[in-house]
Structures are given as C-alpha cells and as structure tokens.
Ligand binder design. Sequence first.
Ligand SMILES: [Zn+2]
Length: 683
Amino acid sequence: MRQSSLLLSLLFLWTAGIKGQSLIPSPLTYQPLTGSHPLERTYRIEPESKAVWRDAKAAGWDLLQHSPLTGRRGHTPVRSKARGIISLAAYVDDPRPEAYALRITPDTLWVQANTGAGWRHALTTLQWLADEGRNAIPCVSIEDAPALAWRGVMLDVSRHFYPVSTLYNVIDWLARYKMNRLHLHLTDAAGWRMEIKRYPLLTKQAAWRDAALWKTWWNGSRAYAHEGDSAAYGGYYTQNELRLLVKYASQRGVTIVPEIEMPAHSEEVTAAYPFLSCTHDPKGQADFCPGNDSTFTFLEHVLDEVMEVFPSADIHVGGDEAGKAAWPTCPRCTQRVKDEALPSVEALQGYLIRRVADYARRAGNRRIVAWDEVLDDSLAQDVQVMVWRDTSAVRKAIARGHDVILAPGAFCYLDAYQDDPSAGPEANGAYRPLSRVYAYRPLSALSPDERQHVRGIQGCLWTEYVPTTADVERMLLPRMMAIAENGWTGGETKNFAHFRQRAEAETNRLRAQGVNAFNLSAEIGDRAAARQTVEHKARGAKVIYHRPYSNTYAAGGDSALTDGRRGGWDYGTGTAWQGFISRGRLDVTLDLGAVTDVNRVALDFLQTAGPEIYLPAHFSIAAQDDDGRETMLFTHSEAEVRHTLPSVETLEWRGHVRTRFLHVRATNGPLGGWIFTDEIVVE
Ligand SMILES: [Zn+2]
C-alpha cells in the first residue's frame, strides 16, 4: 500500500514535472490528446487551396513530401511503406499574422496558418515534436501565436569580429526559437564591419586594429591597423556575404536589421576619414561633426549601400552616448545651431538623427530605430526607440507617440555573468543569470493603449568580453531562449521551473551537437550567503547614518544593514546591497539597544570593477560608549583593486567587548568609486 502510493506520487511527479511539453517558446495552448502518431517516411500533403499551398510551400512544407519529418539519424518509421497525410488549411479562427494551429491525430497531421510566418512556426513546432519523439509523436492540439511582433537578438560584431558562419548559426537558433530579428551592431570604435564600396578605407583601415582582445586594445593603444598587416586583428563582411546571409535569414523568417552608429561611437570612421570630425584629428574623435555637410553626404552614401544590401524596413542608426565634446567650440557646429535656430549645441544630435531619418524615409522608404538617448531630442514620431537604460524611458517614448523595442539592460543585456563569476571567464560586470532574464515582464505596468506601441523585445550581446564564436554561443545560449519566450508569451504567465527544465534539455541537446552552450546542468547559481537571511545580535537594531546611502542603491533603506538580507552577485537596484558614494562613504553607528557582549563584527563588501564598486581602502570598527568615547577594535587598509572578477570580501573583528554602540567606517582611496555592503553582522 505504501509502496504503491509512493509509486503513484512518483508517477505524478514524472508526468507533472518532467513529461510536460519541451517547446521553446512555450505555445499558447497545448492540449494532449489520446494516442500517438507514428512517424511516416514521407507524407502526402493535402492543401485546402492553391493559395494555402503557395504560402506553406514557401515556408518549407513541400520538403515533407520527400523526406522524413525528422532528420535524426537512426529514425525508423513504423509503417515505412505507408505515406502519412498532412492536411493544410487557412486558420480562419485566428487571423493574427503569425498564428498557427496544429492538431496531431493517429492518422493525420492537421495544420492551419495564414501567413508564411505562421506556416514556418507550425513546421518548427512539428519538427521539434518529431525530433523528441522516438518513432511517434504524442497526439496533441496546439493553438499558438506570439504576443510581440519583434523578437530579436543583437550581436555586436565590432568589439570582436566573428566569421560569417557564426551569424548563420545564430540565425538557425533564432528560427528554432521562433524569433525573427537579428540586429547586427556593424560599426563602433573597435572596428567597422561592412564593406562600403564608396569608402574603401572603412574596410582597409577602420576594420583593423593592433590588438585582438578588445580589453587590451581599449586599455592600450586604441590604434587602427591596415588590412594585410601581419599583426592586425579584425575583419569585415563583404556585401556579397551579407546578401547571401540576408537571403538565408529571410528563408527562415529572420530579418537582419543593420546598425550604423551615429553621431557617436565612431572613432574608427574619423580615424580613416578625419574630415568627418569637428577637429579633423585622426585620433580619439568619437563624434561626427553635425555642422559639416560632408558628414551628411557620407552618412547618406553609406546608408544607400546599407539599404541596398539589407531590405529590412527598419534601419538602426545608433544615437547613443554622444559625448558632443568638440561641438561647442566647432565653428561649423555653432554656425549650424544659428542657421537652424536650434536651442543649443546639444540639440545637434536631434538635428542629425532627424535629417538621417528623413533621408532613410525619402530614399529607401525605411523607418529608423535608435537607442533611447534620442528621446532627449525632438524626433519625428516614426522613429522607433530601442529602450536600454531603464524602463521609465518606455512610457516616455510611448507618451510621445513612438513605437518601442524593449531591451532594458537590467534584463536583456546578455554580456553579464550568467553564473558565479569565479566559475567562468571575465564578463561585463553584473550578474544576470537565466532566471533574471526570464523574470522580465515586458508588458507589465503598461496600459492596453501603451501596449499597442510595444513592437517587441530584444536580447543584446555586447562583445567587449566575448572574443570568440564559442563565447558567443555560451553567452547567448540559453539566455536568448528566455528572450524568445518573453517575446512570444508577453511574459505575463510564467513558470520558471518548467522553463528552466526545457532550457536545460535544450542546452544539453545543443552541447551534444558540439555547440558551446552554457552548461545549465552545472550552474552554481547565486552567492550562497544571499539565499537565506542571517540571524545575529544586531538583527533589527537601529543604524544611525552619519553619511547617506545612495537613493539608487538603497536596498532596504534605513534598516538594510540589520535586516538579515545578504547581497548576491547582482548589485543592482532592489538587491540587498546598499551603496555609498557620498564623501567619506560608509560612516554609521549601530545602536544595539543595550550593552551587549560582542565577540564578532563582520561586514561583507562587494567588488566589481566595471561599475566602479571597490573594496574599501580603509576600514575600521570601534566600540563607543554613551559619551561617544571610542575604543578602536579593528582597522584595515589595502590597495583597492585586488580581483579582476567580481568578488565579495568579509572584513571582521573577533575578540570580546561589552558595548551598546559600534561605529563602523569605510572609506575609498584615490580611485574613488562606490562602496557596497549588505549587513553588519554582530555575534
Ligand atoms: Zn563640428
């Protein structure tokens, strides 16, 4: 009796937990039916109409007439002489452009869709199910459609350059996860990556640099090289390579969105063509000169070739992080401000984006996408805003009538650590595991009207710390799967445990194929201390702040340092880490409420160099009596940057003292930066 109930509960766990469907993204509805459909070697396809067949054929359904549903080796159809039946029909119940329905019965595969995208999604789902079934697919009814139209990944091919084969692989994964945009960050200081016939120095010179690793180059010479130099690192894609790539992507439902950076992030361009900057200095000029008409001639010529190679209706023009340092003293720029009656030199950025957007509309009937900095300017309403800084920019952009593509760094930037930083190669600062990417709810806090302006969601892989193709694979997979599912479902109904299970199965499948996906099965996860609260003598004790904590990194506010919550690898807003940037940094008195026996006082400090969070240079703990007289218990000094990887260091005093007050101080050294701590533990 006991045994059989144990067996029953095990069976329940198995069916409820493990056996659930494995699709990424999860379909809208998935209704298991009884029975299974034995896989046939070939299929007879019965389209409802010529129009249906034309669309389905273009999406690849015709291949099933001649080849087995699954390309898996060792597949042996059960009834090898028979031909299965696939019935194709228009999906009258759901007119949404990417919707499809799939009903698998023992005899027939019933499929409905209305567009090429719908037919492709249906085929992708069917192949996924066929691949994981042995010789049969469990019967099921699926109705499915995405919540968001733009589901993308951005790859930065400037900071490091990858062979075109890498891009083909990324397109395959995008298609497998029913994503439809590959945004290529083609130009930046670290290298220009697209052949432009009119400006050959962009690829003879601006595509090459004197150090292979971005970090070495950026912290070193920042010098460019020439194509063919023996030590030169870099490369570019020819227009012919890109045309073939565009075609391959298009056959898989993926649009390639090119990005040409302007007016900033363009040191490589002004090095090759110095007349494009205000100073004409070939070194260190990030910004184009918007006062010079030659700048616009250049940008228009470049866009002509870009639009010729990339049929995408959307062209990305960057627009982020302009320094504008040379503009105020440039005679051409100040003249332009006068001529155009602009309110300030700053407004030249808006002028440039406006003029380029006009050109793209006029010359190529294209719409411009730009990073959210452009919101500071007066923009044409048809400019689409890619939001990366914080989600408040979403509502700001929508309120001004812009469509937005959501790529908030806190969730969608895939260049951060996805596991314990000590476990892997260097990444860009923060900790952003799969669970964090998946936790994003792109549509929450938006009204139904506002949601109309959300075109989609995108994961962005900046590649400062992503030198090779293997690194691209590790950083994108599995996190791009979370982006895919958030884009497909809208992210409102979530079950991370189920998603993680599917993502783990998928990464294991990829790894078995030789893809360097992150090994989710071996994930260490967040800092152990952060997973539970800590009990100690100062829990709930009052903390008197002699210097304020940062409002941005307030953690639990006045009670943060005695609330028992420990910080993890993520230092961001809302975590347990309290940040100090004010002069003098951390300076607090802890009031234990009564004279207490104290044997240990310990604080953890976070160090992560990217955002300039450093271990304190000087640290002290003193016992304080009621009159404010202090007895120094512990002092500590050290050089500031001790680790390349993010780390947490505990500074502690052990001994014995009877006291009510403890005075804790931590100051920074000549590097400045932040001090982050999470709890004053007293034992
Ligand atoms: Zn200028």
